[in-house]
Design a protein around this ligand. Sequence first.
Ligand SMILES: Nc1ncnc2c1ncn2[C@@H]1O[C@H](COP(=O)(O)OP(=O)(O)OP(=O)(O)O)[C@@H](O)[C@H]1O
Ligand SMILES: [Mg+2]
Length: 419
Amino acid sequence: MYAVWVVEHKPKSLNEVVGNRDAIQKFANWVKSWEKGVPKKRAAFLYGPPGIGKTVTVEALANDFHMEFVEKNASDYRTEDAVKRFAGLASQYGSLFGGKRIVLLDELDGLTGTADRGGVKAMTGIVKTAQCPVVLIANNAYNPRFSTLRNYCLLIEFKKPPTSEVMKHLKRICLREAIEVEENALKFIAQRSQGDVRSAVNDFQALAQGKKKLTYDDVSWLGYRDRREKIFTVLRMIIYGKTCVGAKRAVDMADVDIDMLFEWIYENVPAHLTDPHDLVRAMDALSLADVYRGRIRSTQNWGFIRYVVDFMSAGVAMARQNTKAGGWIPFKFPGRIRMLSRSKAERAMRLKIGRKIKRKCHISAVRASKEILPYLRIIFKNNADMAVGLAKWLDLEPEMIEYLAGTKKKAEAITQLIG
Ligand SMILES: Nc1ncnc2c1ncn2[C@@H]1O[C@H](COP(=O)(O)OP(=O)(O)OP(=O)(O)O)[C@@H](O)[C@H]1O
Ligand SMILES: [Mg+2]
């Protein structure tokens, strides 16, 4: 059995916790202030997204400060009775064995429904009278159910650590596990986790365990898979969406911009909505979205963007009334984008050749690419000897010759003659 790295390489001391330096300092200062007597706020409320080190900070601090660490989880404070059962713990700073005590009430988000309201109320009671530091943790401290409780707490926000900090933690694991890892492979894993240290460590273990060396090539393919799967999920949520809200939420999930997403939807709707009436409705919605896109372009009034989003997501989702959601139809990359990007590369090439012509003929590169380039193409396709002279005179690069000649074979013939 392999050990789980998030447990195995969990920070034991505060200086091993990466990121959130200010928050950790604030927290440590507050705990220290208890030495001088009960502070105004008897509880600290740490909050922030998952996997960034909230729980581990409290554990590491208790370790550094040699405190008795008492941890309670959601199941311990569902009801008023349950909370009261451990209330006594918080009524003493010094523990039986002479050390100081710190009480952690973790994962408060777990409290839901009216049955738990008593729990929060009882918890507030404990916090008001606590004789030792009480720490509360939740992802969202601004949940209305904590509004009273919050008043008695020192609020400390934990943010997602930047990539460089996540990498620091991964590097420490590399050293301990004696794995040699390419810097950009680590960076890739760290970036992908978007500040969630727990998932970065889990990904890293999945990819690196049992290896002596991890290269960028070993990990980079994941990015491609992520992006593709993500856009497919988004498309599925829109085309097969059952509610307007769900379809609109899908737009927020997409990590492509609105125009690109529009192309994806436009490309894939016809293959998926097999019922013609559904398809008409969906195309109608898309055409309305497109009208607003046009208005944004011409007026720069970005307020219209909400209509674009509504029509292309909710509008498309509501169009499906007869088509069944069962079958599996693959999603296609938008053809229009493929065409545009090809023509973009082509425009760039024409301009490059235009610049070469400009130098010799003293006309603008754009004009050269429009007026002279077409003749060059005819010459390069049909008269290799003349092409050789021109290619030398204009100092054309091989890729330009290939573009003008149209085929690799003809281009080779010309370059060979150039020698
Ligand atoms: N900032 C960090 N520095 C080092 N390791 C971390 C950090 N954040 C998370 N980890 C690793 O991820 C594991 C989970 O972190 P932790 O339990 O502290 O997350 P959390 O912020 O409490 O998340 P949740 O909101 O899901 O409870 C830790 O045991 C540790 O291995
Ligand atoms: Mg936690």
